[in-house]
Every structure is written in C-alpha cells, then in structure tokens.
Design a binder for this molecule. Sequence first.
Ligand SMILES: [Zn+2]
Length: 120
Amino acid sequence: MDIHLLARSSSGNPYTVSFKLEGGVLTIGCECRAAEFGLACKHRLALAAGDPRMLYDPAQKEELEMAASWAESSALVALLDKVEDAERTVQAAKRVVKGVKRQMGRAMTTGLEIRESGGQ
Ligand SMILES: [Zn+2]
C-alpha cells in the first residue's frame, strides 16, 4: 500500500513524500536533496509525525493521518526516542559548560590561587 503526500518546500514547488507499506515494512521516501543524501529530512520527519503544517495540500489530511499511524507503529518511534535522549544529554552538557564558565568568570575576578609549582 502506498500513500503519496505533497510536502511544502521553501522553493514553493512541493516535494512528494512516499509512504510504502509492504510485507509489514514501512519505507518513507522524499524527493528533496537532503533525503537524496540519506538524511532524515524535515519533510519526512514532519509528515511521519502527522504534522498538517507540512502538507502542501490540506485536502490530504486523511491520508496524512493514515501515513502517520503507520509511522507511529514502526521502529521509527524508537529512533526518535534515541534522538530525544541524545538531545537531552546535549542540553545537560551545555548547562554544565555554562555553569563552569560562570564559575571561571567569577574566579578570574575574585582571584585565582597560584599553585605551588607555578608562578615565581
Ligand atoms: Zn525531504
């Protein structure tokens, strides 16, 4: 079974995003350049998530819901969870860096002890 959805693009010419369900396996293709390079392009991600804002033709809403329900019951969900976990790790690391930099700024202003081996 195939569903072909038209995705909005920055150029104004829509891309066709194809959802193919065959033998219990879902493939999602897109005509854009990012997908050509094997990336999870924004068109495939948004339509797999069921985001109607990515639809070029609002009349395709029912087909979008069907395609999104396929994606929702696929292994894509576990991969999206992995991305979310990694993004949380990145955010936590950024908070640590920010905190240490603030601490460094204060220490440079208030004074930094010279270690025994350093200085004169
Ligand atoms: Zn794309």
